[in-house]
Write a protein that binds this ligand. Structure first.
Ligand code: ADP
Ligand code: TRP
Length: 318
């Protein structure tokens, strides 16, 4: 099993990213013998057009990964833009990728709907993702449900390439979707997302986190009225950081009428407890350390990527 996943360096990590993507992916990646985790800064460039911000976000993303428990000795942690082979393979693959395939991408259509100006890069996003995966002969790609279609497109692109230039040249990857991972709601009850401004950041300062939690939406139940935990956004987030038995006890407190203000205070305290070790670790990580990790990851990733690309270049006649 050869595993790879990636994360966009695009702002402060929030608890939706953590529980919906980083934690399950990190667990999967850590269990695998051969694994890669990539900071996809070239993908971030499809929507982030600020050099200073991207440079900072790349190092922040490395620190986030290290703080939540990635071990760069076990998984190769690297930045996509450090391995030039990603862009060259993207071009070669784009020459066998049908336009129609990319036109079906749901995430592209969504971004257009959100009013993001479509660049060619945004349109060919899945081809770059194909290069990311195919360069390392990856067999399994753990991703959130929103990325399943992209991994299926990677299979289609690899299949098309193999049919054209020689079977078995590229390895077809399988998506690994963590079905039990729920969508984490944001402070306003919609899906937690940077684009909705409803996030609870993990590594933000304590006051910001407290303000986000205390401002969460509730229904109009009176302070001591019984409340349905299953309908509460506060409870939905709280149970992510509790054991099953503690979540059960808390559910009983909702049913017997805990005031929402108290429920929020408890949530804030438990969030701070849960993330304390990661926040402390993150605090101590320097830019220098993040750069060293990227440098080490680059060397390991590059040697594999070079040999795959050479195989591809020979097959296509370059
Ligand atoms: P955002 O919506 O804040 O821009 P991204 O789209 O960058 O977040 O998400 C990165 C990863 O985190 C994705 O793979 C996605 O599956 C996961 N993710 C983001 N928000 C949530 C959420 N609210 N619940 C579960 N998973 C999420
Ligand atoms: N598109 C993915 C996301 O937004 C990130 C990504 C880029 C990725 N390349 C990848 C994920 C390769 C897995 C494998 O979440």
């Amino acid at each position: 099993m050869r595993v790879l996943s990636g994360i966009q360096p695009s702002g402060q990590l929030h608890i939706g990213n953590y529980f919906g993507s980083m934690k399950p992916n990190q667990e999967f990646v850590s269990k695998s013998e051969q694994s890669y985790y990539m900071i996809v800064d070239l993908h971030a460039l499809t929507t982030l057009h600020n050099g200073e911000a991207l440079r900072k976000a790349r190092l922040d993303a490395v620190k986030d990964c290290l703080a939540i428990g990635f071990d760069p000795e076990k998984a190769v942690l690297f930045a996509q833009s450090d391995v030039k082979e990603h862009t060259e393979l993207t071009w070669i693959l784009s020459c066998v990728t049908p336009m129609g395939l990319l036109e079906r991408a749901v995430s592209f259509k969504d971004k257009i709907k959100q009013g993001i100006d479509a660049s060619v890069g945004l349109f060919t996003y899945p081809v770059l993702m194909a290069a990311d995966i195919l360069l390392y002969d990856i067999t399994h790609v753990p991703v959130g449900k929103d990325q399943k279609q992209h991994v299926e497109m990677v299979r289609d692109i690899a299949q098309k390439f193999n049919n054209t230039f020689g079977k078995d040249l590229l390895t077809l990857p399988e998506p690994v979707i963590q079905e039990e991972v729920a969508v984490v709601p944001g402070t306003d009850g919609r899906k937690m997302s940077k684009s909705y401004g409803n996030t609870i950041p993990i590594f933000g300062d304590e006051k910001t986190i407290e303000k986000a939690v205390m401002g969460m939406v509730t229904d109009s139940a009176g302070a001591n009225d019984p409340k349905d935990p299953e309908k509460s956004v506060i409870f939905a987030i709280h149970k992510l950081v509790l054991s099953d038995s503690d979540a059960g006890k808390l559910a009983d407190e909702y049913k017997s009428g805990i005031p929402y203000g108290d429920a929020k205070k408890k949530l804030f305290e438990d969030l701070m407890d849960y993330f304390k070790p990661m926040r402390e670790k993150r605090e101590k990580l320097t830019d220098k350390k993040a750069k060293e990790v990227l440098e080490g990851g680059k060397k390991k990733a590059e040697s594999v990527a070079k040999s795959t690309l050479e195989r591809v270049r020979v097959a296509v006649g370059l």
